[in-house]
Design a binder for this molecule. Structure first.
Ligand code: ATP
Ligand code: MG
Length: 685
């Protein structure tokens, strides 16, 4: 039988209980990581329903990431019985906003069936608008897009933006902002930031709408409150203003969304706006070992503090924190993947007990390939999994067609990539013909009988394509298969195609780099397991076919793995890891310019990077491993990396180094830096 609400309450400490029981006014729980803030929220939802008799329909709980919302929903779901949870809102701020917009379309002046523009759509619209007057580059578009987003997060409408513009650039951006909003409306579309902005403006300006929503939501709970921006704060204030019935929980040391307009000062403003605010502080950490907690506390003590917090834990000292230095980024990924493979058995852990956190999604790329190599199941959150990227799917389709010309799906995917002017009409006739004869599409292209059914030009184009593929296949048979594949990609100028289809050159560049990584991987996999492909005497093509099949299989396994959410290693950015916890955490890329990020160093916002590292460290329950590379490819070049300054800020006696770099020898370091090309060669081996 599920626990009663009294039993659940009794499992919390007295301060947590106080926060749960206080329901008559505004309540703020301010406390460090792992101190049970989210637990207060979930228990309080159950308390409101089961002890106070509030209908779940009247309760809205919001947090920041989808993953956190899902977890919270699960936790609450296990506490509420049957219909008790009916109508409860547990979502991200943006989903709440979306729901408000959906119900208020008329009041907002939108028609049914509105669309949500993702950042790429929005960028395309901005490009159209900006290019009306003059040619603009991708950077200018990005900067206007960011400016508009910042305005929306700060609740500044186009009119205000124009009248407050500080210089010509801002005035220009404000004019684009005005036109952009007008066009969105004309398209019956909203962008990501509108999901908060539109509800706020509506509730502020339309008393009837406000009354409707105040009637609907009686109690609000906000997790990760330190990351709310001005618009989000206004939304809470508007909805709860009169009753003042809300609970918000947060930790100023975990504020990591300043770049999205988050205002940690909202924690302070709250006390000013709501004088009756009840503040509860929690000090016991229930998540991490003493060593991990000490590392987190020591690191964050380098930041200035509004509220002093002291966190302690009864979880025991635990293992020291390992710092693993690797030769280069590939070695780092290799190390993490192979360690997880062996540690799972040693630690008697499950895959899901491991999480790998990193600063940027691009860091997951090599790691994914290594995990696949070791057949470690993993789940990548946010970002697109390597194998589901379009460019990788294209490249895989070419590889599949090369080893199996009868693979019709592969054929269809790439027959027009890059564009070969082979239209859907042609393909349909080709497909009919192939079906009639019981042959593959590729084989059908070779048939003479086709000429009667298709215009000559279409036959020519199909012929050129099959001729091209046949040529590559021949070259693969004759000699260096990998070289033939690389030549194929160059000859058809796949790169130019990527450039035509990307919104910015840097995106195309990255996509092309991904394709080369795939081919490199293919080459390595041929060298690595020659015996795996066949025991008998083998030719080069045997092994390239086997290697491609292995890649295809991994791709399929990965897709299947996507479907069940079971036991898998978690790969996430530090930003996405907020609120979560894992027994074993790997934090990758502890290097200057990566963590702290180069942009942050230049902009003087290292404090936010330190908070990010604090968030990462405090995800760990039992063990924490920090890894770094001595060299890494960045901006198209192989660069030497220095260890992150944050490593120096951790308690030295708690760290166990492996391959500590010789930091006393700057000359040697310089010499290494001089010849990046040689380094690159040695890396490619
Ligand atoms: P973060 O700042 O990272 O979001 P948090 O303050 O929200 O952390 P929780 O996730 O609520 O912390 O709790 C951390 C862990 O401690 C969870 O595993 C939770 O189940 C456990 N926990 C919370 N309160 C208690 C308690 N009173 N007794 C025992 N365990 C607790
Ligand atoms: Mg939490």
């Amino acid at each position: 039988t599920p626990a009663t609400i009294q039993q659940r309450l009794s499992r919390l400490n007295p301060r947590q209980q106080e926060a749960v029981r206080y329901i008559d006014g505004p309540c703020l729980v301010l406390a460090g990581a792992g101190s049970g803030k989210t637990s207060v929220i979930t228990t309080k939802i159950a308390y409101l329903v089961q002890a106070c008799g509030m209908s779940a329909r009247r309760i809205a709980a919001v947090t920041f990431t989808n993953k956190a919302a899902r977890e919270m929903k699960e936790r609450v779901g296990s506490m509420l019985k049957g219909k008790e949870g009916h109508g409860l809102t547990v979502s991200t701020f943006h989903t709440l906003g979306l729901n408000i917009i959906r119900r208020e379309l008329k009041a907002l002046g939108y028609k049914a069936g509105f669309s949500l523009f993702d950042p790429e759509d929005a960028k395309a619209l901005l490009r159209d608008l900006m290019q009306k007057d003059a040619q603009v580059d991708a950077e200018a578009i990005n900067s206007v897009q960011q400016q508009i987003s910042a305005w929306k997060n700060d609740l500044i409408l186009p009119g205000q933006a124009m009248s407050h513009a500080a210089d010509d650039d801002e005035l220009f951006a404000a004019r684009v902002y005005e036109a952009y909003n007008r066009h969105l409306k004309a398209y019956n579309a909203v962008d990501f930031d509108d999901l908060i902005l539109l509800p706020v403006v509506l509730l502020r300006d339309d008393p009837e709408a406000l009354a409707r929503w105040r009637k609907r939501i009686h109690y609000m709970l906000v997790d990760e409150y330190q990351d709310t921006n001005v618009s989000q704060y206004q939304l809470v204030q508007l909805l709860m203003g009169e009753r003042q019935t809300f609970t918000v929980v947060g930790d100023d040391d975990q504020s990591i969304y300043a770049w999205r307009g988050a205002r940690p000062e909202n924690l302070v403003t709250l006390g000013e706006d709501f004088p009756r605010l009840q503040v509860v502080k929690l000090e016991q950490n229930y998540r991490s070992t003493g060593t991990i907690l000490r590392a987190a506390n020591t690191l964050i003590s380098n930041n200035p503090h509004v509220y002093e917090k002291t966190l302690w834990s009864e979880m025991g000292e635990g293992a020291p924190i390992r710092v693993v230095v690797n030769r280069h980024e590939e070695a780092e990924a290799e190390r993490v993947a192979s360690e997880i493979l062996t540690r799972r058995i040693k630690e008697r852990a499950e895959w899901r007990d491991f999480a790998v956190l990193y600063r940027g999604n691009f860091q997951a790329r090599l790691l994914e390939l290594k995990l696949q190599h070791y057949q470690v199941p993993y789940k990548l959150s946010g970002g697109t999994s390597f194998f589901s990227r379009n460019e990788i799917k294209d490249a895989m389709a070419y590889l599949r067609l090369l080893i199996n010309p009868a693979d019709d799906n592969a054929f269809l995917r790439i027959v027009n990539v890059p564009r070969r002017e082979i239209g859907p009409g042609t393909l349909e006739k080709l497909a009919n013909y192939a079906t009639e004869r019981g042959i593959s599409l590729f084989a059908a292209c070779h048939e003479l009988g086709l000429e009667q059914q298709l215009p000559v030009r279409a036959v020519e184009r199909l012929g050129r394509f099959t001729h091209f593929i046949d040529g590559v296949r021949r070259r693969m048979d004759q000699g260096d298969a990998i070289a033939a594949i690389r030549d194929m990609l160059r000859e058809m100028d796949y790169e130019a195609w990527l450039y035509q289809n990307a919104s910015a050159p840097t995106i195309a560049e990255r996509r092309m780099a991904n394709v080369w990584i795939l081919i490199d991987q293919l080459e390595k996999s041929m060298q690595a397991d020659p015996e795996e492909s066949s025991a008998s005497e083998e030719t080069e093509t045997d092994s390239v076919e086997a290697a491609i099949s292995r890649l295809v299989l991994r791709d399929i396994l990965e897709q299947q793995a996507e479907e069940d959410d079971s036991d898998r290693v978690q790969l996430l950015t530090m930003h996405a890891s907020k609120g979560l916890e894992f027994p074993h955490v790997y934090l990758m890329g502890l290097e200057e310019e990566l963590l702290p990020h180069r942009n942050a160093i230049e902009a003087g916002t290292v404090e936010e990077e330190r908070r990010l590292a604090y968030v990462g460290i405090t995800r760990a329950r039992r063990t924490l491993t920090l890894t770094l590379a001595r060299q890494r490819k960045a901006y198209g070049e192989l660069m030497d990396c220095a260890p992150s300054r944050f490593l120096d800020e951790l308690p030295a006696e708690d760290l166990e180094w492996e391959g500590r770099p010789d930091r006393e020898d700057p000359e040697k370091k310089q010499a290494r830096g001089k010849d990046a090309i040689a380094g690159l060669r040695s890396l490619l081996g």
